[in-house]
Design a protein around this ligand. Structure first.
Ligand SMILES: C[S@@+](CC[C@H](N)C(=O)[O-])C[C@H]1O[C@@H](n2cnc3c(N)ncnc32)[C@H](O)[C@@H]1O
Length: 246
């Protein structure tokens, strides 16, 4: 399979738009560089201990069984990159369970490094498409969903590949409990305008911004990500969207 090839071939015709099996959101590179000894050990030994055990199709994942101890809430990050945002939050909130989804091998190894270095017992990982985990979770089981600097797919003909689209948004809406929060960050002007447009007409999410700084300034409880830091270092604006599940 080449770098540019679509990796999720599960799209089917004639199904309802929110059916996760009709959604394709996994495009691009999966493998990174050759692994060093520690990275290989993390993959061989730690990943099996923290991997999300996806149930057979049609069965629901039991969030309570994921973690060793009861958790106060469950938060999920889509495309965590190398995991710095998730790890920072997991260290700040040891009572909350986190699920991180990322298909990129180098990113998963990065997150495993954070888990080991900081002894984070409250993170579980899925190396693959976030849609598979979202689809398997019970409805209203998530308190927060994070989508930070998603691949922008700036060409109009690739707009359907963006995660912010009706199918994935329907799924996120179903899995967030009422009052739960969907957080999106982007440094791409096209994705910013697209997000506003897609979210504006949805009745199931309320945009929490009341003044311009609410979406132009990173909130204190929102750790920076690698892509966010790149944008900041280059002086590019970042937009921070917080939506509450109605
Ligand atoms: C531009 S990077 C941003 C990474 C990180 N969130 C950050 O802000 O530094 C987008 C990430 O989303 C991941 N990704 C793309 N499609 C995905 C999907 N369907 N499920 C989970 N992750 C996905 C990519 O592998 C990539 O690591």
């Amino acid at each position: 399979m080449t770098d540019e090839q679509t990796r999720d071939e599960t799209a089917g015709a004639g199904r309802r738009p929110s059916d996760p099996t009709t959604l394709k959101r996994l495009y691009g590179r999966q493998k990174g560089f050759k692994l060093r000894d520690r990275q290989q050990r993390l993959l061989d030994e730690l990943l099996p201990r923290v991997a999300v055990p996806l149930p057979p199709s049609g069965r629901a994942l039991d969030p309570a069984a994921l973690f060793g101890a009861p958790t106060a809430d469950l938060w999920l990050e889509i495309g965590f990159g190398k995991g710095e945002h998730m790890a920072t939050l997991a260290a700040r909130h040891p009572d909350i369970g986190f699920i991180g989804c990322e298909p990129f091998l180098t990113g998963v190894v990065g997150a495993l490094g954070h888990i080991e270095d900081q002894r984070l017992g409250n993170i579980r990982l899925h190396m693959g498409d976030a849609l598979a985990v979202l689809a398997a979770l019970p409805d209203a089981s998530l308190g927060r969903v994070f989508l930070l600097h998603p691949d922008p797919w700036p060409k109009a003909r690739h707009a359907k590949r963006r995660f912010v689209n009706p199918g994935p948004l329907d799924l996120i809406a179903a899995k967030l409990r009422p009052g739960g929060e969907f957080r999106v960050a982007t440094d791409h002007p096209t994705y910013m305008a697209w997000t506003v447009m897609q979210m504006d007409h949805r009745r199931d999410f309320d945009w929490l911004a009341e003044q311009p700084d609410d979406w132009r300034v990173r909130p204190d409880d929102w750790p920076a990500t690698r892509y966010g830091q790149w944008a900041e270092s280059e002086g590019r604006p970042i937009w921070y969207f917080r939506y509450r599940r109605a």
